[in-house]
Write a protein that binds this ligand. Structure first.
Ligand code: NAP
Ligand code: F7E
Length: 332
């Protein structure tokens, strides 16, 4: 049976894609998800967990495949979550990052125009706090807003800034319904293990269970505005239900250091002297770092009626408890 609303989600196998497809399914959408690669290692597990999603084979770097995906889905909402999203990796593979994270958005917007569906489609672009970068001169005291100055500090941040502006340009030039969500870090039990919060929650669970001795880390000083991914996909959806498209920051309005995350995570398993479990490796350092991110979600709270529910201690607890369960059940 075909539902009333139809959504196409790129990056559906990623953290946000999984939360979003669950949310859309609960709201009665027919959900289509882009899957890439000849044999994507995530496909089998994804199909088992989300049998309601229609997977469409396509790649953000392949315009022909995107046009076919837009036509096949006949979507009225398109969420562009697909990206090379790891900041550290983007320094090692800057050209691939530009091709996927920057030009991929252009390819998708052009596919929508070529399909003749530009007037019917509402488009969400996954913009990021990494576009602000976080140098002293552009940092407002009460947090970055939709109007703050951008100064990206990584190939990822630069690629996302192009994506952000080309999305806005298609809104202004062609009158398309294009919304951008400038999202600050959001985490949870579905976060990839390559990101710092999940690396910590998983390692703490493993240390507690005697499966691991140390966590090998880069700098513990940077501060981030960390929220829960489940709360943030609700904000994405709300952006596409507005009368007019726009740009909205989603953030918690609080900032905490990597060290604070580690401290709370260890507390969750009854360990206070966490420093003895940390080892340093410069492999995890970046050529340029974003020292402090703090968002101001006032516009989203006022216009979208959105507010994060999970707070920082709640997020750390949720992630460590999830990983304790997962690691207890696995032999490795
Ligand atoms: P993620 O877990 O890293 O997922 C990225 C997704 O992009 C994966 O599904 C991946 O598919 C897909 N992808 C990579 N290369 C692709 C390509 N060439 N063609 C099509 N798809 C491709 O990211 P996330 O945390 O869910 O974030 C979702 C989006 O929000 C991303 O655009 C990210 O940059 C942005 N964002 C995230 C945060 C955050 O804190 N999480 C904050 C602000 C903005 P495979 O499974 O095939 O690898
Ligand atoms: O790093 C430091 C690292 O990789 C957070 C992406 O979703 O959010 C994310 O980008 C901080 C950085 O996230 C390790 O140097 C120390 O200061 O978890 P992360 P990120 O770079 O903030 C933004 C909003 C996005 O848009 C991105 O897509 O932690 N750090 N030691 C480490 N980071 C990692 N990954 N691993 C370490 O061992």
């Amino acid at each position: 049976m075909v539902g009333e609303n139809r959504a196409l989600v790129t990056g559906i196998t990623g953290q946000d894609g999984q939360h979003l497809c669950e949310l859309l399914n609960a709201k009665g959408y027919e959900v289509f998800g882009l899957i890439r690669g000849q044999r994507n290692a995530r496909r089998e597990a994804f199909e088992a967990e989300f049998p309601f999603v229609h997977l469409v084979e396509a790649d953000l770097t392949d315009p022909t495949s995107l046009l076919a995906a837009v036509r096949a889905s006949e979507a009225d909402e398109v969420y562009n979550l697909g990206a090379i999203s790891h900041v550290g990796y983007s320094f090692r593979n800057p050209q691939l990052t530009a091709d996927v994270t920057a030009k991929g958005v252009l390819n998708l917007l052009e596919a929508i125009r070529s399909s003749g569906r530009a007037d019917q489609v509402r488009f969400y672009q996954a913009s990021t706090s990494e576009m602000f970068g976080g140098l002293d001169y552009n940092r407002p005291g009460n947090g970055y807003t939709e109007d703050s100055l951008f100064h990206p500090r990584s190939p990822y941040g630069v690629a996302k800034l192009y994506a952000h502006w080309i999305a806005r340009n298609y809104r202004e030039s062609y009158g398309m319904f294009v919304a951008t969500g400038i999202l600050f870090n959001h985490e949870g039990e579905r976060r990839g293990l390559e990101f710092v919060t999940r690396k910590i929650s998983n390692s703490v669970a493993r240390i507690h269970l005697g499966k691991q001795q140390h966590i090998v880390m880069g700098t513990l000083d940077p501060k981030r505005d960390w929220g829960y991914a489940g709360d943030y996909v609700e904000g994405m959806w709300r952006m596409l239900q507005q009368d007019k498209p726009g740009d909205w920051v989603l953030a918690t309005g609080e900032t905490h250091s990597v060290a604070e995350f580690i401290e709370l995570a260890f507390k969750e398993v009854g360990i206070d002297n966490w420093q003895q479990y940390i080892k340093y490796d410069e492999r995890f350092m970046r050529p340029s770092e974003v020292d402090l991110l703090l968002g101001n979600p006032e516009r989203a709270e006022k216009e979208l009626g959105w507010k994060r529910e999970v707070d920082f201690p709640g997020l750390v607890k949720l992630m460590v408890q999830h990983d304790l369960g997962m690691e207890s059940a696995s032999q490795n």
